[in-house]
Design a protein around this ligand. Structure first.
Ligand code: ADP
Ligand code: ASP
Ligand code: MG
Length: 457
């Protein structure tokens, strides 16, 4: 049994979904369980309409809802043909009626909570999974749609709910495994689940990869395939550096580090359930299915290059917290981190001195409220438009002089923070966001000029 997860771009329109059906058809002998994201950009649109409704702008919310309805109807009718679409039409129609009602309710109250946000956001995966299941059937694949909210049990931390593994595994065994055993292809939405009371939740943006890994681990899959729109995990973001190379094999630790520091191709948590069960994960291209992609395993060849890949995380804010001398000595760091905890703001990079602490956070977080809280402890300054660059590779553990190589190359650049050591396999620093393309292209040019053919394609 294998789990195949298709991301937003892989199900963005009828043509893409047809490609997915062909890919699944070709692997039918391996007993696939299919997990899909919402169609490309749909989650963003749903969140925009939820916010519009929450701000009382009913008209704007409903207008967005209608355009989404049209897109899903068009895709479904193109895939299913007129006869089949007539039946399916009413199913999609009742989902959109629910969404319409929900948006009217939210705009009447004029308030959007994390719980109602999840109700709206979940429509993306609910709709895409139904359409993909129907498309499979009309392609001659014996498929069955499974509502993930009846399988993925989470806590009630709306918008980034934590999966409850034991209960989820029980439901996978009860609801999904029998379908596979009877020769069906279950089709499920990623990203969405429900708490124990059955209220819809989501597990965080980009979470469909995580769903796929949880399902793969719970079902004891032989492998998990993450199908996306690039040939695999590349040496860096191909949008910044078009000559990025495909990595043939990468270790779980390296992939997790890259994902954490911005390589959007994989959700950071994805690798965890798979590592624990030693299930290999592949990243593959649905537009180029014959390409071997990237294999992620516990052990990977190190190769001759110092780094395996370079990740970049943009939209970063540096927060500087400065206290009078010596105050930092005792209990001060704890009170700073407690403030971050209260505001549920995650910290990526930290550096300290006797009198100050600098921390980086995602600029999308509620920084002004956090800064006001921190200002009770010390002087606080924050500055946005920064980026984290993270060079990752297991060879870093043994090699000396690596930092000198990196920073010599960037001797004309202002480096704001540097960190190495936490995992022993990354060298991380903070730069100005507008210097990202130049910095990445330069580093890529130096460290991947001569890629080891054992590791890179
Ligand atoms: P999906 O919709 O399939 O989940 P994502 O958009 O989440 O796809 O991730 C794929 C994108 O990640 C690629 O199109 C690419 O632009 C970006 N990306 C960033 N860093 C990397 C990297 N190191 N290797 C491959 N892709 C990367
Ligand atoms: N659709 C969700 C998102 O855009 C989850 C995913 O695609 O992984 O965040
Ligand atoms: Mg993704």
């Amino acid at each position: 049994m294998i789990v195949m997860k298709f991301g937003g771009t892989s199900v963005e329109d009828a043509k893409a979904i047809t490609r997915v059906a062909e890919i699944v058809q070709d692997r039918i002998g391996q007993k696939p369980v299919v997990v899909v994201s919402a169609m490309a950009r749909v989650t963003d649109t749903l969140l925009t309409m939820a916010r519009a409704a929450g701000a009382g702008d009913r008209k704007a919310a409903l207008k967005l809802c209608r355009s989404l309805q049209e897109r899903h109807y068009n895709t479904a009718s193109e895939l299913l043909g007129t006869a089949r679409f007539t039946d399916f039409h009413s199913e999609l129609g009742s989902d959109f009626e629910l969404l319409d009602e929900l948006l009217r309710g939210i705009s009447a109250v004029g308030e959007i909570t994390p719980r109602t946000t999840d109700h709206v956001a979940a429509f993306g995966e609910m709709l895409s999974s139904k359409i993909v299941a129907a498309a499979f059937s009309s392609h001659g694949i014996k498929s069955e749609h499974v509502d993930s909210r009846e399988v993925l049990v989470t806590d009630s931390n709306y918008m980034s709910a934590a999966p409850q593994t034991e209960e989820t595994n029980q439901r996978l065994q009860a609801k999904v495994k029998p379908l596979v055993d009877s020769g069906h292809v279950p089709v499920m939405g990623g990203f969405i689940g429900a708490n124990r009371a059955g209220i819809t939740t989501t597990i965080g943006r980009g979470g469909s990869d995580f769903s796929a890994a949880l399902f793969g681990a719970g079902l004891g899959a032989d492998r998990i395939d993450i199908w996306t729109d690039v040939d695999g995990i590349l040496t860096t973001d191909p949008r910044i550096c078009p000559d990025a190379r495909r990595i043939k094999v990468i270790s779980f630790d390296e992939a997790a580090e890259l994902a954490y520091f911005g390589a959007k191709v994989l959700h950071p948590a994805t690798v965890l359930p798979a590592i624990q069960k030693n299930i290999p994960v592949y990243v593959l291209n649905s537009r180029n299915p014959s390409c071997e992609g990237t294999k992620i395993t516990t052990q990977a060849p190190r190769g001759n290059n110092i780094f395996k890949a370079i990740a970049v995380k943009k939209r970063i804010t540096i927060i500087d917290v400065a206290a009078p001398r010596m105050l930092l000595a005792h209990g001060f760091l704890r009170s700073i981190f407690e403030a971050f905890d209260r505001h549920k703001v995650a910290v990526d990079v930290v550096s300290t001195s006797e009198v100050s602490v600098s921390l980086t956070v995602d600029s999308n977080q509620a920084i002004p409220a956090l800064a006001a809280d921190l200002a009770k402890l010390a002087d606080v300054k924050y500055e946005g438009r920064k980026a984290i660059v993270c060079l990752v590779g297991e060879s870093l553990r043994e090699k000396s002089g690596v930092a000198a190589l990196v920073f010599r190359e960037l001797s004309d650049k202002k480096i704001r923070m540097i960190s190495q050591g936490a995992s022993e396999i990354n060298l991380t620093f903070v730069i100005e966001e507008d210097e990202v393309p130049e910095v990445i292209q330069r580093l890529h040019g130096v460290f991947f000029a001569d890629p080891d053919p054992e590791v890179y394609a």
